[in-house]
Ligand binder design. Sequence first.
Ligand code: ATP
Ligand code: MG
Length: 260
Amino acid sequence: MSESIQTGISIKNLNKKFIIDKEEVSILENINLDIKQGEFISIIGSSGCGKSTLLRIIAGLDNDYEGTVVMDGESILKPSLKRGVAFQEHRLFPWLTVSDNISFGLRNKSSEEKQDIVKQHLELVGLKGFENAYPSQLSGGMSQRVSIARALANDPEVLLMDEPFGALDALTRIQMQEECLKIWKTKKLTIIFITHDIDEAIYLGDKVVIMSQRPGKIKKVIPIEIGRPRERNSYDFSEIRKPIYKEFFSDKKETFYYTI
Ligand SMILES: Nc1ncnc2c1ncn2[C@@H]1O[C@H](COP(=O)(O)OP(=O)(O)OP(=O)(O)O)[C@@H](O)[C@H]1O
Ligand SMILES: [Mg+2]
């Protein structure tokens, strides 16, 4: 990765409020986070702590906030092709083929260019040959792969992933984690990955950002200094898992169930 490209996301003093039952409620409070170009950041926190709200702000889908959220020196106030989003549910158009779903957001491209982009991205997500299938003919994991291919088709610098594997079975989930790391390396992306799963956060991230609840704040940022490929059963992995687990369950003994 070229050192000369000074891209990255910088969040300073971010506060976000929503009106709930006519009352202003603080949802995110004093969020400060710097994400370097090419980093893989996992964000973990209990349900309702504001993870999706934060992701939507970074995506540019919500610009009603206080503070500054900047990418490559520019305030993020609206969506940009520089930032692709993969949501928890795949959000594919059921009436379009896989190919048309992936090429849907492509602008100013000839049909040949579109075909090339679709082909290249279907290969990248391991779905070569499924161009003409409809979403109803795909499994959950395959649909999620199409959704990732669609998010990548515009060649974003940043991929924002909101619990993308939350609805998948454990085996498919592990497979998708591997695919995700492969895509991250191949495309030299910056990835911000939201999850409830402590092991998933550690397995994938260069850093794990732990959020606390009501209002959502950044409690800790833990660098994961284990080389890749990572071994979930290794001593190093379990040594990192313990303090993260204690952030959520300080009063309980560690168990083998790490999803919060
Ligand atoms: N558009 C909205 N209007 C009012 N309140 C909202 C809105 N969107 C989210 N909230 C509230 O903001 C809080 C944070 O929601 P958010 O979806 O960001 O949580 P989360 O951490 O992503 O949760 P989960 O892990 O369950 O997805 C919740 O209390 C939610 O009710
Ligand atoms: Mg959410």
